[in-house]
Design a protein around this ligand. Structure first.
Ligand code: HEM
Length: 124
């Protein structure tokens, strides 16, 4: 039988470990805490659904990521670099190498499209 690339349990471990890093990051931590506040469980649950939809095509996530990020006026492209560095680090710690690559490629592609929406300014 074909082995799944990842599963719900690994997604949950990855998401939890990633946001532990994000919250303790000097630059990203305050940005997230400012929006999310004290109770992180709803955000984490949403992110389990999101990554379940992306990696396992379960369709559980129903949100609008672009809309959520367009509201974040203090975020810049360098924040995305930091986000992706922490995500890569976490995926490498938790997943098999080829699975970590899959997560990181998806994250980078989505980060690219969020940044186009947030920062692209037509020349004219
Ligand atoms: C939600 C910050 C990059 C996926 C959020 C929220 C914050 C945030 C503060 C909560 C928004 C709210 O509750 O109103 C950031 C920052 C990023 C970043 C600072 C980079 C600098 C990414 C990337 C992805 C992503 C690269 C995907 C790979 C999501 C998703 C949500 C979310 C799915 C939930 C949106 C919803 O349905 O409410 N992000 N994010 N984010 N983020 Fe990010």
């Amino acid at each position: 039988a074909k082995r799944r690339a990842t599963d719900e349990q690994e997604i949950e471990r990855l998401v939890r470990a990633f946001y532990v890093k994000v919250r303790s990051d000097a630059v990203l931590g305050p940005i997230f805490d400012g929006v999310i506040g004290e109770d992180w469980e709803p955000h984490l649950k949403k992110m389990f659904d999101f990554w379940s939809s992306v990696m396992l095509t379960t369709g559980r996530y129903k949100g609008q990521p672009m809309r959520a990020h367009l509201k974040l006026k203090e975020v810049s492209p360098s924040h995305f670099d930091r986000w992706l560095t922490l995500f890569r680090e976490t995926a490498d710690e938790i997943c098999a190498p080829e699975v970590a690559d899959l997560f990181t490629e998806k994250a980078a592609r989505i980060a690219e499209s969020l940044q186009l929406g947030m920062f692209f300014e037509p020349a004219l």
